[in-house]
Every structure is written in C-alpha cells, then in structure tokens.
Design a protein around this ligand. Structure first.
Ligand code: ZN
Length: 333
C-alpha cells in the first residue's frame, strides 16, 4: 500500500480578501506565495500562504467569499486547523496575537503538547501547537516576515473533524491513505501516517448526536494529503476506489496535481503531488506579487482583474529575497 506522507495543504473559506492577507501575512507572518483565482469561479481569488518557498505541508489557502455568511461547525466539514510552531514560542505568540486584538483562548495540553487556540478575523478556528517533531520536509524561513525566524510557523500540524460514525471514517482513512489510530486524549482520537509528527495527524471526535456543519466564511473547504509524484498519486487514487470512494480524475493545478474525493463523513479530501511547486510559473523571489491565471483564462485577464478587488500585501513581505537576514518590521516583531 502507498501511504500519503502527511498534510499537503488545507483550503478554507475567508471573508474579505484584504483582511485575510492582513491577518495571515501581517499577523501570522506567513508568505503569500501565490495569488491566483478559483479555477471554477474566476471572479474569486485563491490565495496561498506558506513558508518562504511554499513547501508542501506549510500551505494554508483561501477562497475569499465575503458574501457567503459564517460557517457552522459540525459533521461533514473539517474543523479546527493547527500550525506547528517551535517549542517555547507560545509565550511570544500569545502576546503577539493579543497585541493585534486577536481572539485568543486558554492554553491547553493536547497529546502532551502545548496548544494555543485562537480565531482568525472571519471565525476560522486555529491553534498553534508547540511541536518538537516535524516530518522530513524542508522548511524555508521567510526572512521578510514580521515574525522572527525562531518563532515562525513551521508547518501545518493537524486538523480536527467530528463524525457520527467513527468506524467508517477510520476504515476509509486507513484503506485509502494509510492513516492509523495512534493515541487518545479525552474525547479525541489521533490518527497518523509516518511517525505521526507535526503535519501527519488527524484528530477525530465521535459524537452520534453532532449537528450537521455548514460551509461558510471561517470553514475549511478541504484537506489535501501529500503524495510524492504522479505514480504515487495513481496508486493512492486506486486505493480510494478500493476503499469505496469516488475520486475525480487527476486535475492539473499547475503547482501540483490533484485528485478529490468525499470521505464517508462527508468531508472533502484531496491528494496532491509534492511538485512541481510554486516557483514553476514565477520568480521565487517574487512569488505572490502578480496575479497568476490558468492558461485558458489569460485571454480574459483584464476582465478578471477588473472583477477582483485590489489587494495590498503588507509591505514587509514584498520584493525581498528569502535570504535577507533581518525582519523589515522590527516594531511588529
Ligand atoms: Zn486543494
């Protein structure tokens, strides 16, 4: 069997796109590595926030749909998303988030790690997890980030989901992707691939009476798992079929190739190849600065650009190469 190697990216629904960029670049210190459009809804941005080079496993992406109304947690939609931060950095983060007026919860211990819950401007449930173990994956600090390198978000760590029928979900995640039950903490059970390091975890809570969730701003749209290449993707796609899923054909997203399916709990899962990556169509020093369109939309560029609201990227992160060693915004450090 071919196992996925962890979370590749997570895509969520935001409200106002400028507020989305201001929060994930300006407050969380991630790099906007790609500014594109939803390939099915071209008057909607698709914004990708990640580490300094946009490595798979570090990437949280958004469709800003300000008119959609707030989402509702429950079954059928992915829940809270956690980022991995270096051990000992939660104190820094707690004061930084509070200084920016972010709604921050109480620190918790989960599966033996310290976790800081908070909410983004559009109601998305997020946490920072002090993680000492990362999967074997490259991480490039974003030197122009407002966050000092030693505290920067390292990767996506885990994602939560509430289900009514845990057995069906467990079996599907195991047979399709290779996730195995690893630990229990209170009402949450952790499923992992690989060593179960940050980025290789899904936490599941069973609740037979849980209400049905609903997509809206602040909701996760889908979670993508990593496959190394086209061959591994084809194998995992076969496993999805054998596990009773109905995967889409392979869809070329240019920066990776994707296959989507719906898990028994109703949530959308994607598999995505590690390559070719975000530098395939842009200078790595200038990722995310220009609007990148799929080739079939290029002839309509001016129309599409006129439909999209203008976006200002917080100044500290524009046009600076990743090897520049100091923060350009010491006052927001
Ligand atoms: Zn995706």
């Amino acid at each position: 069997m071919t196992h996925v190697s962890g979370i590749h990216h997570i895509t969520a629904i935001a409200g106002d796109p400028q507020e989305n960029v201001d929060f994930f670049v300006g407050v969380l210190g991630l790099r906007l590595v790609k500014k594109s459009i939803n390939q099915d809804v071209p008057d909607t941005y698709h914004l990708f926030f990640a580490d300094g080079e946009g490595h798979p496993g570090t990437d949280l992406t958004f469709f800003p749909w300000p008119d959609m109304g707030p989402g509702r947690g429950g079954t059928g939609v992915w829940g809270e998303v956690s980022f991995a931060v270096p051990a000992g950095s939660l104190e820094y983060w707690e004061s930084r988030l509070r200084a920016h007026g972010v709604s921050v919860g109480e620190r918790e211990s989960r599966f033996g790690e310290q976790v800081l819950p908070f909410t983004d401007p559009h109601g998305m449930s997020l946490t920072l997890t002090e993680t000492t173990t990362y999967p074997e994956q490259p991480f490039t600090p974003w030197a122009a980030s407002a966050v000092p390198v030693e505290h920067q978000i390292r990767a996506l760590s885990s994602v939560r989901i509430t289900v009514r029928e845990p057995d069906a979900t467990e079996e599907f995640l195991a047979r399709a992707y290779g996730f195995a039950r690893a630990a229990r903490d209170g009402e949450w059970t952790r499923y992992v691939v690989g060593e179960g390091a940050g980025g290789q975890r899904i936490d599941i809570r069973a609740d037979a009476a849980a209400p049905r969730g609903r997509w809206g701003t602040g909701s996760v749209h889908h979670v993508a798992f990593r496959v190394s290449d086209d061959t591994a993707e084809a194998r995992v796609r076969s496993q999805i079929l054998e596990a009773g899923g109905a995967p889409t054909p392979v869809i070329d997203r240019f920066w990776f190739k994707s296959v989507y399916t719906q898990a028994p709990a109703g949530v959308i899962c994607e598999i995505a190849t590690d390559g070719p990556g975000f530098a395939v169509d842009e200078d790595p020093d200038h990722l995310g600065e220009a609007l990148v369109l799929p080739p079939w939309y290029e002839s309509r560029r001016s129309t599409i650009e006129s439909m999209l609201p203008p976006l200002e990227i917080p100044e500290a992160s524009v046009g600076v190469t990743p090897d520049r060693g100091e923060s350009l915004c010491p006052s927001c450090g």
